[in-house]
Design a protein around this ligand. Structure first.
Ligand code: F6P
Length: 476
């Protein structure tokens, strides 16, 4: 087995496999923001990517690969080791702890009169999360060369850095959080020992990265409150049990050139023609999201409804294109949320649609070229998450539409860079969002263009390869 000098670890990997009825495996690119950013970085390099098998298709592929090394089984993947973690352990770690607990805490999503409830069932789930993190630590320890750099990604793998350090004290370890971080008053929902384990797990790294200064400082506050760690806010360091971890802020951006090139391809052009045929010369308000609780799609639709109620002069002259593609359907909250989005859309149609005007087009199927087409045609882009680590949609939109006005939640990490040139909203303020939609529609042309230039500059300031190189440099 070759030892690698740079390794990435993340739950979702660069590829995913589908098992057909006749048992054949088809490989495709893995989904999500983290994967697309990192895939661009590691293309044509020797970085080993360690990830989990997420489906029966993935497990089938791992079983055909020596030691889980997909590349060594003849797949055209680049160096990838996929871990076949037993399904019950994987599901408890991924669905119950990572997505239903840590994601909910860091995005402030709980309906607290009812949830969370940390009981004996949770303790079993937590044990699985430990095992899952341990499996990553073990694989990384096996694959890393002496003194290698290991880049551990996200809330799925908060315990891995500390576990890996025990196995391999020679390694230089980084952890990066692609989510927001909760303030101590909300992080305190977690049982004390779990809170401490998450924080000290990340502090096993030499460098802990965040997307904005706000999330980095919430993490430091939590380390102070729950671990009694020593914090140097000026130098951005946390010292705990004799070790110091540097805290970094790395605001992931977009490779504008690559995105524009992809959006100029014929499949995107034909979607643009189809959208134009559908909406004519009406103004277009666009949103593109995973159907994700934190994305605040229901309040976004409610705001559009209120806007239509307050502005009859826009009836027949505007269309809201809402793309909400499927996500995490193993979780009942997400299935219910998708239904709530569909209900809300139906109510808007029932109230306002006429024979020759469809005020809202909701689509819940993922179609990347169609999303790119929508960006290119957008007059207004609505990005109103309850809370978001960064939100790359807010950055991609202005890159593809020169005259698109951005209505942006002040709780998205992207607001730190894009705020001055956006119409910022409080995501809970439906009426305020309705007002912002109107202001965005009537924003004068020269103002759109001026803001667009600055938005594009900010959105492309830190393309994925620089973002990654900066973190590698921070480990040196
Ligand atoms: O925001 C964190 C993140 O890992 C994103 O990078 C990604 O788009 C999303 O969560 C994916 O979640 P999942 O892997 O559960 O679909």
């Amino acid at each position: 087995m070759r030892a690698h000098s740079v390794l990435i670890a993340s739950n979702r990997g660069p590829v995913a496999f589908t098992l057909s009825e006749n048992g054949a495996l088809t490989m495709r690119r893995g989904g999500g923001g983290l994967v697309s950013g990192l895939s661009e970085v590691v293309r044509d390099t020797d970085v080993l990517w360690v990830c989990a098998a997420l489906s029966d298709g993935d497990r089938g592929a791992v079983r055909q690969a020596p030691g889980g090394r997909l590349d060594e089984a003849g797949n055209d993947t680049g160096p990838v080791r996929m871990l076949d973690i037993p399904p019950p352990i994987f599901h408890r770690a991924y669905n119950a702890v990572a997505n239903s607990t840590l994601w909910f805490v860091n995005h402030l999503l709980y309906n607290t009169p009812i949830a969370p409830q940390f009981d004996t069932r949770f303790r079993r789930e937590w044990e699985s999360y430990r095992e899952y993190n341990g499996a990553f630590a073990l694989a990384l320890a096996e694959e890393a060369a002496h003194d290698a750099k290991v880049m551990v990604q996200d809330y799925h793998l908060t315990l891995t850095p500390a576990m890996l350090r025990v196995e391999r004290p020679d390694l230089r370890i980084a952890h990066f959080s692609h989510t927001p971080w909760a303030p101590p008053e909300y992080f305190s929902l977690l049982p004390d020992d779990v809170a401490a384990e998450v924080l000290s797990g990340i502090l096993g790294a030499d460098h802990a990265g965040f997307l904005t200064a706000r999330w980095a400082s919430a993490f430091m506050d939590c380390c102070e409150t729950f671990l009694g760690a020593r914090i140097d806010r000026g130098d951005r360091t946390v010292t705990y049990e004799g070790r110091t971890t540097r805290i970094g802020v790395h605001a992931l951006g977009v490779n504008g050139e690559a995105l524009r090139a992809r959006a100029a391809e014929p499949d995107v052009e034909s979607h643009m023609t189809a959208i134009r045929d559908l909406v004519g010369d009406r103004k277009l308000i666009v949103r593109i999201d995973r159907t994700e609780l934190s994305k605040n799609i229901v309040r976004g639709l409610a705001a559009y409804r209120e806007f239509l109620g307050r502005h009859p002069e826009w009836h027949g002259k505007v269309v809201h294109l809402a793309f909400a593609y499927p996500s995490r359907h193993d979780l009942p909250e997400y299935r219910e949320y998708t239904a709530a989005v569909q209900r809300c859309a139906k109510e808007i149609e029932d109230e306002y649609a006429t024979d020759d005007w469809d005020p809202l087009i909701l689509n819940v199927h993922d179609d990347y070229p169609r999303s790119l087409a929508a960006y290119r045609l957008a007059d207004v882009l609505l990005v109103n998450p309850i809370r978001d680590g960064m939100n790359l949609v807010a950055k991609e939109g202005p890159i593809l539409s020169e005259r698109c006005a951005l209505v942006l939640s002040r709780e998205a990490g992207a607001a730190a860079e894009l705020g001055p040139d956006s119409l910022l909203v409080n995501p809970f303020d439906v009426s305020g969002t309705a007002t912002a939609l109107h202001e965005a529609l009537i924003l004068p042309e020269d103002e759109r263009i001026k803001r667009g230039v600055r938005l594009r500059e900010a959105a492309t300031a830190m393309p994925p390869h620089r973002w990654f190189e900066d973190q590698l440099a921070a480990l040196s």
